[in-house]
Design a protein around this ligand. Structure first.
Ligand code: UDP
Length: 317
């Protein structure tokens, strides 16, 4: 096969990172996966270790990053990404988004590689504009419990733009909205793994607050397709990627109850976490125009595929 390029993917053993590794190996790239395994899991990439096109580096990117040889692309996806993870690991979350990004930008500059960084809809905080366009500056509480993630990602965008403007580095920024699919960690505390695991075990589905808050869920294969298109586009400003199909958490709990059909499962209410965004829905017109990208998976289809995964990994005692 002709040389397509060598790609460094950080957060390679995580949910989205591992799907990106699969995609780039399948597309004929040499892939260097990097992860410190803080929240990542080697099971997600175990099947890649037999591939000649894949190598793994166990490393924390908030420390100096050294990768021998040529790199053509860097995809920075390392970070704790669920609210309970970044509450438990606030300093690591801040460091990987700030120091980690700085190290990878330096590496990209040294290797003359193009770098794409994973930003987030959390840069919009608890948004006062709905749906959220890239031009919206956000409503973030910098000192609240979620601030460690939101501000790290906002800093990440700022330093990435600075490297672009000051050094002329080839940069791409994706703002990822809620994404789901196989390989999400069962215990990561996010709503979908929580609801699936509770429904499968016949427990109470923990709806936070009164369940009227909304999210918009994108299936991981759609997201990966959008990321690939963005990387190979010539657009350096932030791009939202997500599925604009919006749903309340109460409706979502009912969808999962219906899908799993466990008669013992039911709904219970828990306190709404501090600064929990009340609504979230991406405006994807830029992705649409620049990347000709649109999500293809309906939620019912994506949830079926994801349920197959959770059936295998949720331990029912
Ligand atoms: N949520 C919930 N029950 C749970 C976990 C989360 O009702 O067991 C709610 C949470 O309050 C939020 C939404 O589901 O409004 C999405 O939360 P998640 O942690 O998945 O991600 P977020 O979009 O807040 O980053």
């Amino acid at each position: 096969m002709s040389y397509k390029g060598r790609v460094l993917i950080t957060g390679a053993a995580g949910f989205i990172g591992s799907h990106l590794c699969d995609r780039f190996v399948a597309d004929g790239f040499q892939v260097v996966g990097m992860d410190n395994l803080l929240t990542g899991n080697l099971d997600n990439i175990a099947h890649l270790f037999k591939e000649k096109a894949f190598e793994f580096h166990h490393h924390d990117v908030s420390k100096f990053v050294f990768v021998p040889g040529q790199l053509d692309y860097i995809l920075h996806f390392a970070s704790p990404a669920s609210p309970i993870d970044y509450l438990k690991m606030p300093i690591q979350t801040l460091k990987v988004g700030s120091l980690g990004t700085h190290n990878l930008l330096g590496l990209a500059k040294g290797k003359s590689a193009r770098i794409l960084i994973a930003s987030t809809s959390e840069v919009y905080g608890d948004p006062l504009e709905h749906p959220q366009k890239e031009s919206y500056w956000g409503n973030v509480n910098p000192i609240g419990p979620r601030g460690v993630y939101d501000e790290a990602k906002r800093f990440q965008e700022a330093i990435t733009m600075a490297y672009h403007r000051y050094h002329g580095l080839e940069t791409r920024i994706v703002r990822i909205f809620n994404t789901y699919g196989p390989r999400m960690r069962v215990e990561d505390g996010r709503v979908l793994p929580a609801f699936f695991s509770q429904a499968i075990k016949g427990e109470g589905l923990t709806v936070f607050g009164n369940g009227t808050q909304t999210r918009s869920f994108c299936y991981v294969d759609d997201l990966v397709e959008g990321i690939v298109r963005l990387l190979f586009s010539d657009y350096h400003l932030p791009v939202n990627l997500g599925n604009p199909q919006e749903i309340t958490m109460m409706q979502f709990a009912h969808e999962i109850l219906d899908l799993v059909g466990n008669p013992k499962a039911h709904i219970v209410y828990r306190e709404l976490p501090e600064d929990d965004p009340k609504q979230r829905k991406p405006d994807i017109s830029i992705a649409n125009q620049i990347l000709q990208w649109n999500p293809k998976f309906e939620r019912a289809e994506g949830l079926n595929l994801t349920y197959e995964y959770f059936k295998k990994v949720v331990q029912v005692s």
